[in-house]
Design a binder for this molecule. Structure first.
Ligand SMILES: Cc1cc2nc3c(=O)[nH]c(=O)nc-3n(C[C@H](O)[C@H](O)[C@H](O)COP(=O)(O)OP(=O)(O)OC[C@H]3O[C@@H](n4cnc5c(N)ncnc54)[C@H](O)[C@@H]3O)c2cc1C
Length: 351
């Protein structure tokens, strides 16, 4: 079949979360990915649902609250469709800051040490945040399986090469021929500008590593500062990240960056000095000019959702829900003005 109600380019969390919502509402959906589903930024992520981070831009608040409220239902739907588990690995984050944000209260040294034994608290105050995290690799295994089981047609290794939108629908040229759809979504993450050059989005490269400690499990919360985080991934495995680099789509893992990252993590959590680095990888966050998502209708029957930068895992279910409403002609449940594409034209005119 070369026709669907909705065609989506990009089978990362944004494309697949939207596809799940649309199929639940009765639409037929085909999702194309130039590579494999959930193999890019959505797999590279640490898996933190960092909605309570005081550094988050205020504009994200409403979308983040919606998304976090949808998370339990999102994960349980994926688990039941895929028959795969996505365990919540942590439910608290201990956040180290140089100065306390207004209106917040630091936790005591005793409390920090009971949650993150051995943490180096020197020169920092710590906040306790009620945040969850899971292993993004668990989601990357389960979500494509859930999509297929839910009736979504997933066409991997099939790039969308161009799209023409008209009032009657969208015509796609793909690596496997042409395809027609009633509506189209560009959810290509850092590659979104390949289908629409006007989009001010670039890849923001991140290095990550997994460190494995011998012996007993030592920490069961996320330990984070604005410079580094240590995220328990089950057993005595910890994900350490991240770097944020402007290096185009360079897929090389730089051993110096990995060492630097590891040293930063050891400085924060000295017990990690006994760990072995067992995995290293890089990923490409979709970063817009102002660091906020771009969620908008671009031309007739065509939408875009990219630029989720550091928070795309957290914002996935909410983005899927509002896009599904909008693409089916309903009013999106939240104010999307901070995410409209037109904001860039306004800032260009002002400067
Ligand atoms: C190191 C790192 C750590 C992170 N940690 C977190 C975290 O802890 N919490 C959090 O909330 N977020 C985190 N993020 C951010 C999050 O991973 C991203 O914001 C999110 O995954 C973006 O999802 P996406 O679906 O837009 O992009 P992607 O997951 O990159 O998916 C885009 C897909 O589009 C496909 N594609 C591209 N071009 C085409 C085309 N022409 N045709 C068809 N398919 C195409 C690609 O192959 C890819 O599969 C992290 C990111 C990185 C890199």
């Amino acid at each position: 079949m070369n026709r669907a109600d909705v065609a989506i380019a990009g089978a990362g969390i944004i494309g697949l979360a939207t596809a799940l919502e649309l199929t639940a509402a009765g639409c037929s959906v085909t999702v194309f990915d130039q590579s494999e589903a959930m193999s890019e930024a959505s797999r590279a992520a640490a898996g933190m649902l960092a909605g309570a981070d005081p550094e988050n831009p205020a504009e994200l608040r409403e979308l983040a609250s919606l998304s976090l409220a949808l998370y339990p239902e999102f994960l349980s739907r994926i688990e039941s469709l895929s028959a795969k588990k996505i365990p919540i690995r942590t439910t608290r984050t201990v956040l180290g800051v140089r100065a306390l944000p207004r209106g917040t209260k630091a936790v005591s040294e005793t409390e920090v040490q009971s949650l993150a034994p051995g943490a180096n608290t020197h020169g920092r105050e710590f906040l306790l945040l009620a945040e969850q995290s899971f292993d993004a690799w668990d989601l990357a295994e389960a979500l494509p399986a859930a999509a297929r089981a839910g009736g979504i047609e997933l066409r991997e290794r099939t790039a969308v090469l161009s799209v023409h939108g008209a009032a009657s629908g969208a015509e796609l040229v793909t690596a496997a021929g042409s395809f027609s759809a009633g509506a189209f979504l560009n959810a290509c993450g850092a590659w979104a500008p390949n289908l629409d050059r006007a989009l001010p989005v670039v890849p923001r490269k991140g290095h990550m590593l997994t460190a494995e400690l011998p012996g007993e499990v030592q920490m069961q919360c996320v330990l984070r500062t604005p410079q580094v985080y240590v995220v328990p991934r089950g057993g005595n495995r910890y994900t350490v990240g991240p770097t944020v680099e402007d290096a185009g789509f360079d897929r090389n893992v730089d051993p110096l960056r990995i060492q630097e990252l590891f040293s930063r993590a050891v400085e924060l959590w000295p017990p990690l000095r006994d760990a072995s680095i067992t995995e290293t990888w890089v990923g490409f966050r979709p970063g817009s000019d102002d660091g906020l998502p771009i969620i908008d209708q671009t031309v007739d029957c065509c939408w875009v959702a990219t630029g989720h930068f550091k928070n795309g895992i957290m914002l996935g279910p909410g983005t899927g829900r509002i896009l599904s409403q909008w693409m089916r002609g309903q009013q999106p449940g939240i104010d999307l003005s901070p995410f409209r594409f037109g904001r860039f034209a306004t800032s260009a005119a002002a400067s």
